[in-house]
Design a protein around this ligand. Structure first.
Ligand SMILES: [Zn+2]
Length: 178
């Protein structure tokens, strides 16, 4: 019976994470990647739990955003992106050097749960949040797998911050910048 129990538990974790991600208005492709559920299962979950809510969540289709400009275009955005990266480190998906702590396929469920935890903490902290769940997902993917987004520690204030690694003048610390 142990194997059946484990399968049941695993399935429940997948469904719970998918519902949490739908609530965050994550895109179907993101939910599929993080939970390994099929598009059909995700569509049915959305239809049974969210479609007839008083304030329905939007179901987002299409590809997740991958451009880094919306994350670093202004000083305010760089401050918020940097704060989110610090939250990712405190939620255990990035280490102290802002490198990924988990990348194995079997750890996607845990990555998904910790990304939700990061976004929920961010929403609780910031009065007028500018970054959606998909922005966080984009930030994470660019930081761990791309070369356009840089992150380093300011020599003056010791804060970690993110910047556009391809922009010539884009790497000033948003906290020290006036
Ligand atoms: Zn600084």
């Amino acid at each position: 019976m142990r194997a059946t129990d484990d399968r049941y538990r695993n399935e429940r974790i997948r469904l719970e994470l998918a519902l949490r991600l739908i609530g965050h208005e994550a895109r179907t492709g993101t939910i599929r990647y993080l939970t390994d559920l099929s598009d059909d299962r995700i569509r049915k979950l959305y239809a049974s739990y969210f479609k007839h809510d008083a304030s329905p969540v939007r179901r987002r289709r299409g590809k997740s955003p991958s451009q880094i400009t919306p994350l670093v275009k202004t000083r305010e955005l760089r401050l918020e992106s940097s704060a989110v990266v610090a939250l990712m480190a405190s939620c255990g998906i990035l280490d102290g050097e802002r490198r990924p702590t988990r990348s194995a396929p079997h750890a996607r469920l845990e990555l998904g749960q910790r990304l939700c935890q990061t976004h929920e903490t961010y929403l609780a902290m910031v009065a007028e949040p500018r970054l959606s769940f998909e922005s966080l997902w984009n930030l994470y993917r660019n930081l761990v797998g791309g070369d356009e987004l840089g992150s380093h520690r300011c020599r003056d204030c010791q804060s970690w911050y993110v910047f556009d690694a391809l922009a010539l003048a884009g790497d000033a610390c948003p906290l020290c910048q006036t």
